[in-house]
Design a protein. Structure first.
Length: 441
C-alpha cells in the first residue's frame, strides 16, 4: 500500500478460518463458566435452561447468517438494524453488541488466570488475566491474518482437548449421577442457570463481524457459520453429559473443601473420578488453549464492531483508525482493552458473564426484529442464503431471547440495570458527539 492510499480492512479469510473463529469465540465456554449454571440450578436446572437456549441459537444463527451474507459489513447487527429501522435502532443494536463483546473478554481472561493458577499458584489470576488481555490485543493489532491463524491453531487444539476429556469421562457415565441434587432450587434455578447456558454459545455471531475481511463472504460466511454452530452443539452435549454424568454436578463446581465455585471445572471432574494427575495437568493445558481461543477471537470481533460504529459516526472518530501497516482497527482495539481491564479488575467472573449475556440477548432480539423487517421491506434484496423454517425460526429466536432476558432481569435486576445504564449512557454520549455534525440519530 502506498503512503497516499487510505488504510482499509483487507479480505484474507476463507471458510476454514471462519470455522476457527466461530468455534474459537465460544469454546472457552466448555472449559469454564458453564459450571456456574450447575451451582445456580443443579444438573436438571442447567439442562432445562440449555434446551431452549440451543433452539434459540439454532434459529438465530440461520437468520443471522442470511443477513450476514446479504449485508457483509463489519458492524454486524449495527448495520442490519440501521438498514431496517434507521440509525437510532442501529445504535441500540450496536451498543448491545458492544456490551456482549466488551464484558465477555474480561470474564474469559479471569478464567485463563484460574487455569494458570493450577500451574503457578503464587501468581495472581488477575495479573495473568491483565497480561493476557494486553498480549492478545497486540496480536490483533498485528493484523487479522495473524490473529485468525493463531485462532485456528488454538481452537483446533482446544477441540482435541474436549474430545480427550470426553473420552476419559464417558466410560464413568452413570445416569443416576444426573439425578443427584438434580433440581435443588426448583424452577427459579432454571432461570438462574440461563446466562451460563448461553455461555456455551455466546459470541458465535462474531463471525459476521469479519465479513469485510472474508474472501467471497456471500458464500464463505454460510459455510463458516454452519460448521461452527454444528461443532459447538456437539461439544456442548459432550462436555455437559460427560462432566455431570461421570460424578454428579457438584464435582464440576466445588473444589474439595471449598464452597466457592471454581473457574476450572474439567480438572475437578478428573480429580473426582480418579484420573491421573498427569491427565489433570494435560486438561489444564488444553483449557488454556480453549480460553485463549475465545479471548483472542472476541477481542477481534469487538474491535470490528466498534470500528464500524465509529466509521459511521456513532463513536469518536479516532476509534475508526486503521493501522497503516497492519490494516487493523487499532483505535477500537485499544479502547476496548481499556474498558475491558477496568471490568476485569472487579474479579467477578459470574457477574461479567451475566452482563455479557444481557447484551447478547438484547442483540438477538433486536436482530430478529431487523431480520423480519428486512424480509418485508426489501423482499428483492439479494440473499445468497435464505434461512429455512421462515417465519418460524426468527419468531422462535425472538420469543426465546425475550423470555430469557425477562427471566434473567427478574432474578438478577442489578445486572439488568448495569446493562441498561451502559446502553443509555453510550446512546446519550453518541448523540452529544454527533450534535455538532447536525446528524439525526
Amino acid at each position: 500500500m502506498s503512503k497516499h492510499e487510505t488504510p482499509s480492512l483487507s479480505r484474507t479469510l476463507g471458510p476454514l478460518m471462519l470455522w476457527g473463529l466461530g468455534v474459537g469465540y465460544v469454546i472457552s465456554g466448555n472449559y469454564f463458566g458453564w459450571n456456574l449454571g450447575l451451582a445456580a440450578g443443579g444438573s436438571w436446572g442447567m439442562l432445562l435452561a440449555l434446551i431452549p437456549v440451543i433452539i434459540m441459537y439454532g434459529c438465530f444463527t440461520f437468520c443471522y447468517t442470511e443477513m450476514a451474507c446479504a449485508i457483509p459489513k463489519a458492524g454486524g447487527a449495527f448495520d442490519y438494524g440501521t438498514r431496517a429501522y434507521g440509525s437510532t435502532f442501529g445504535l441500540f443494536c450496536g451498543t448491545s453488541q458492544l456490551v456482549e463483546f466488551v464484558f465477555a473478554p474480561p470474564a474469559i481472561a479471569l478464567g485463563l488466570g484460574a487455569y494458570m493458577a493450577g500451574f503457578f499458584p503464587g501468581i495472581s489470576p488477575i495479573f495473568t488475566a491483565v497480561a493476557a488481555y494486553i498480549l492478545f490485543t497486540l496480536v490483533n493489532i498485528s493484523g487479522v491474518k495473524t490473529a485468525a491463524s493463531v485462532e485456528l491453531l488454538v481452537t483446533a487444539v482446544a477441540v482435541i482437548g474436549l474430545l480427550i476429556f470426553a473420552g476419559n469421562t464417558l466410560p464413568h457415565f452413570d445416569l443416576n449421577n444426573l439425578e443427584l441434587g438434580s433440581l435443588p432450587f426448583g424452577w427459579t434455578g432454571v432461570a438462574a442457570a440461563i446466562p451460563f447456558a448461553i455461555w456455551f454459545f455466546l459470541a458465535i455471531e462474531g463471525v459476521a463481524n469479519v465479513a469485510e475481511e472474508t474472501i467471497n463472504p456471500q458464500k464463505n460466511i454460510l459455510h463458516g457459520f454452519g460448521a461452527a454452530i454444528t461443532t459447538l452443539v456437539i461439544l456442548c452435549a459432550l462436555t455437559f453429559f460427560s462432566s455431570v454424568g461421570a460424578s454428579g454436578w457438584q464435582s464440576a463446581v466445588y473444589p474439595v473443601g471449598s464452597i466457592e465455585p471454581s473457574d476450572s471445572p474439567l480438572p475437578l471432574v478428573f480429580q473426582k473420578i480418579g484420573i491421573s494427575s498427569s491427565w489433570q495437568n494435560a486438561i489444564l493445558v488444553f483449557g488454556l488453549f480453549g480460553i485463549v481461543a475465545s479471548l483472542n477471537g472476541i477481542i477481534l470481533a469487538a474491535g470490528r464492531a466498534l470500528y464500524e460504529m465509529a466509521k459511521s459516526g456513532f463513536a469518536p472518530k479516532p476509534l475508526a483508525a486503521i493501522h497503516s501497516r497492519f490494516n487493523s482497527p487499532h483505535g477500537a482495539l485499544v479502547a476496548n482493552l481499556i474498558i475491558g481491564i477496568l471490568a476485569l479488575l472487579t474479579g467477578r467472573t459470574g457477574d461479567l458473564i451475566t452482563i455479557a449475556c444481557f447484551g447478547a440477548l438484547a442483540l438477538y432480539f433486536l436482530s430478529m426484529l431487523s431480520y423480519l423487517k428486512l424480509k418485508k421491506s426489501e423482499p428483492d434484496m439479494e440473499r445468497p442464503f435464505k434461512a429455512p423454517l421462515y417465519p418460524i425460526a426468527p419468531y422462535a429466536a425472538l420469543i426465546i431471547s425475550s423470555g430469557c432476558f425477562i427471566a434473567m432481569a427478574w432474578f438478577t435486576p442489578w445486572h439488568a440495570l448495569i446493562f441498561l445504564a451502559f446502553l443509555l449512557t453510550f446512546t446519550l454520549l453518541t448523540k452529544l458527539i454527533n450534535k455538532h455534525r447536525n446528524e439525526k440519530i
